[in-house]
Write a protein that binds this ligand. Structure first.
Ligand code: HEM
Length: 420
């Protein structure tokens, strides 16, 4: 299922003082075939590779399954607060990774007791969601989205479905209706701030998202409802309104891109792999198996930035200095030959690292909720449009040029038009 040809990684200029032999992670040829890059990197550098991020900023890419478990399991040694970074002097104000790395006072960058307090509130607020109710709501959202294109006999599913559905589900979980002009504005602004297209202004969009979530928090303080926002506000940990705003944005943003790509990568697998033979309804393997296989082999969050070393230490035979940045190579970890010695990657269990591991892993109920959203999205689409097929050859599908997220640029399909 993965390509076998193996390009040589592009290395940094000889003599790069910070990271001799380091590999530049940016580069389209790798981005299209990340499995090859990880294999080549592992072969050359072992479980922990010196890499260069955009602008040739040095970091470590952790590729080994057990090394990833060690890093994520020792937050006393590899912590989440990016202000520890020893490279801040080299980072320009317009650095493209700044939105992911720049410190914000949210759960994402909190550590120790403060993190347990913030993550505990999110966990309990998400636990209050009824999974059957969520599935029902996702089905309604799916039906509305499908109705918009069902009559035409064709669709581009990435924008019309895979991205649109989890965003609306997340907004609704937080206590806003999933339709209406106000919600649509928030959905558009979230899309721009997470994934700006040319001509978009992500900074302005992010500011509008902040303002709308602030308003939502104010509304829910005055009139609580059965939603995640109200449960966060009512939690005995007593988060301030600003803390709830920060963490709600983190929840919505964390839910959107990975779940969208999980849906899209699963649809791609179902529509292109003969084991799932399309028409999918005649396939031998189930949607659940396809969802799980994607988490092992085409996981949405390929690499996650990151952790920062609290003090000088060693990892995978590398000398790590205090303040060094470690990128979690979750996709590489899932296919680590140390755990799959006979080179077959099985997808039978859930021991993958796609939701990360340890204190900062995707908080416990979130993977289950994401599963409900993704499964409902895929199953509803296949039920409503049973003769759905790709409208291009599988080789013509292209991956987005990102080493961080694995998702398609577009998923064009066709089917017999459905008269409403
Ligand atoms: C309902 C959908 C989801 C919600 C509400 C959600 C929520 C969150 C939150 C709040 C965090 C921050 C945790 C922390 O720093 O303590 C997080 C982290 C994360 N989530 Fe999710 N998430 C969702 C879906 C997904 C999906 C589908 C994936 C991938 C398949 C994913 C992968 C991750 C990863 C890799 C992290 C980073 C963990 C780390 O720092 O080690 N999430 N998620």
């Amino acid at each position: 299922m993965t390509d076998t040809s193996s390009p040589a990684p592009r290395t940094a200029p000889p003599g790069c003082p910070a990271h001799p032999g380091a590999v530049r992670l940016a580069g389209l040829e790798y981005q299209q075939t990340p499995a090859q890059l990880y294999r080549a990197l592992r072969g050359k550098h072992g479980a922990v590779a010196p890499v260069l991020l955009d602008g040739d900023i040095p970091a470590w890419l952790v590729l080994g399954y057990s090394e990833l478990c060690y890093v994520t399991g020792h937050d006393d040694l590899f912590a989440r607060d990016s202000r520890r970074w020893n490279q801040w002097d080299a980072i320009p104000p317009d650095w493209p990774l700044l939105p992911f790395v720049g410190y914000q006072p949210s759960v994402l960058f909190a550590e120790g007791d403060e993190h347990r307090r913030r993550a505990g509130v999110i966990t309990q607020a998400l636990e209050g969601l009824d999974q059957f109710e969520l599935a029902r709501e996702c089905q309604q959202i799916a039906d509305r989205l499908i109705a918009d294109f069902a009559g035409s006999g064709q669709a581009e599913l990435m924008s019309a479905y895979a991205h649109a559905l989890p965003m609306r589900a997340a907004v609704q979980m937080c206590g806003m209706p999933h339709t209406g002009a106000d919600t649509q504005r928030l959905v558009d602004d979230l899309r721009i701030s997470l994934d700006a297209a040319e001509g978009d202004d992500p900074v302005a969009a992010y500011a509008r998202v902040g303002a709308r979530i602030q308003e939502l928090v104010k509304e829910k303080r005055e009139k609580p409802g059965p939603d995640v926002t109200s449960r966060m506000l009512q939690h005995p940990a007593g988060l301030t309104d600003d803390e709830v705003v920060q963490d709600l944005i983190s929840v919505i943003a964390a839910a959107q891109q990975p779940t969208a790509n999980w849906i899209c990568n699963t649809l791609r697998l179902l529509l292109t792999d003969e084991r799932f033979a399309v028409s999918v309804s005649g396939g031998r393997l189930s949607v659940g198996e396809a969802l799980n296989e994607v988490l092992w082999l085409d996981t949405p969050t390929q690499n996650f930035i990151g952790r920062w070393a609290v003090r000088d230490t060693q990892l995978g035979g590398r000398q790590i200095r205090a303040g060094d940045c470690l990128v979690l190579g979750l996709a590489a970890g899932n296919t680590d030959p140390q755990i799959w010695p006979d080179s077959h990657v099985g997808a039978e269990n859930a021991a993958h690292l796609s939701f990360s591991n340890g204190e900062h892993r995707c908080p416990y109920p979130a993977p289950l909720l994401a599963d409900v959203i993704a499964r409902t999205a895929v199953e509803t689409l296949l039920e409503r449009l049973p003769d759905l097929v790709l409208s291009v050859e599988p080789e013509e599908l292209t991956w987005r040029p990102s080493i961080w997220m694995r998702g398609l640029t577009a998923l064009p399909v066709e089917f017999t038009p459905v008269v409403q």
